[in-house]
Design a protein around this ligand. Structure first.
Ligand code: IVH
Length: 374
């Protein structure tokens, strides 16, 4: 969808297309972040976003401070109290091919003025498809929790987060006096399916996918509802920290683990591009059997000193990138084809499929896109 080249566009055409894409992306951001109910797939969203970014690259004069590339997420909902992030919660740049990853590594080297021969270590971590949260611990006690929101201000979900069994209310060991732990709240496939069954039995709206179920479950005004939803958490980053417990990304993850925080076991330290790409393949091969959604692999410069030197550009760090998986595919059998007659008399063929799980969602029907709008 709309992923075609933008090279042939004149400046005026580019301006019109840029405005159209901005409007479309804004609509989908609203559905995704505010209403927890997207109507297009992540791959379709990424394609729109890629086209928008390609236009910016070719026509840099289009970029203003209102551009979507200068923003993260969306404004926190008015329904919640707000929490200002002491350090912004930013996003990640996306890449899609091995060549893009190679360019990323080269960019990091170039920025640091590092010769080819000098080794730079990267962690390769699964990119969890949930919603990011920042948990603030003071003297080891959980005192507040916020969603990312627009990156500067998030929703106060402290009461909700406290209902998650695997998030410690009191950290173990000797954590820093102030520690903001950042990570992803997510829902496992099994729990998502059970939740949707319960929703259906009570004639309530179904969740589109596990990410939306997690977001919808966490962002409840009544934390008692959150308590009935099995949510999980993986810690992978930090905000304000009074004294860093380690000098590397991998070291901080180890420290998190020692404090009793859940850390994803598939993280690996890589010393070469080849190792990074190999780990991408290993994680991709396990994707369908993990039991929760991941949508790529995040590579991060391991040394925190180098991370600090690399810094950020607009809304994303220069020291990390998300290598996204292609849209998940599955094969199944067409059991029957029915022709549905719409209100206007339009005929829509619907394929009845042997149920198959794709990205945590059971698919048992397929209809052609042109016919879905009536
Ligand atoms: S690091 C400054 N690591 O992906 C960058 N993010 O598309 C901090 N995510 O906002 C983020 N798994 O919600 C990081 N292992 C991981 C992640 C991860 C999932 C999410 C996070 C972030 C989004 C960016």
């Amino acid at each position: 969808m709309n992923a075609g080249s933008v090279d042939h566009l004149s400046p005026i055409e580019a301006q019109i297309e840029y405005a159209r894409l901005a409007e479309e992306l804004t609509k989908h951001d609203q559905l995704y972040y505010q209403e927890d109910s997207p109507i297009i797939s992540d791959a379709q969203y990424d394609a729109l976003r890629q086209r928008y970014e390609a236009l910016e690259k070719l026509f840099p004069e289009l970029v203003t401070r209102h551009s979507l590339t200068q923003k993260v997420g969306s404004k926190p909902s008015e329904k919640f109290a707000k929490i200002k992030h002491s350090i912004p919660m930013l996003s990640l740049g996306n890449v899609f091919t091995n060549d893009d990853v190679s360019d990323f590594v080269a960019r990091v080297r170039r920025f640091l003025g590092q010769a080819q021969s000098l080794q730079i270590c990267f962690t390769a971590e699964p990119k969890i498809d949930g919603l990011s949260c920042s948990l603030r611990y003071e003297r080891g006690m959980l005192i507040s929790a916020a969603t990312r929101g627009d990156g500067f201000e998030g929703e106060d979900v402290t009461a909700n987060i406290k209902t998650l069994k695997e998030i410690p209310l009191q950290l173990m060991g000797e954590p820093p006096e102030i520690l903001e732990v950042r990570g992803e709240v997510y829902m496992a496939h099994e729990d998502f399916q059970a939740l949707n069954q319960r929703q259906r039995a009570q004639s309530k709206a179904l969740f589109a996918n596990p990410r939306n179920a997690a977001a919808g479950s966490l962002r409840q005004l009544d934390a008692k509802i959150t308590a009935t939803r099995p949510l999980h958490f993986f810690a992978y980053a930090w905000g304000a920290v009074s004294q860093m417990p380690a000098t590397t990304q991998a070291g901080v993850l180890e420290a998190f683990k020692s404090y009793g925080l859940p850390v994803n076991p598939l993280t690996r330290l890589c010393t070469t591009l080849e190792e990074m790409l190999e780990h991408f393949q290993i994680i991709e091969a396990q994707r369908a059997t993990l039991g929760y959604d991941i949508d790529g692999v995040v590579y991060k410069v391991d040394s925190i000193e180098l991370q600090n030197r690399l810094g950020f550009v607009s809304r994303a760090p220069r020291w990390a990138v998300a290598h996204k998986f292609p849209a998940e595919q599955a094969t199944t059998l067409v059991r029957d084809i029915e022709i549905q007659v719409g209100r206007t008399g339009a005929l829509t063929p619907v394929a009845r499929l042997a149920p198959v799980t794709v990205g945590g969602v059971i698919v048992s029907n397929a209809r052609s896109e042109e016919h879905t709008s009536e």
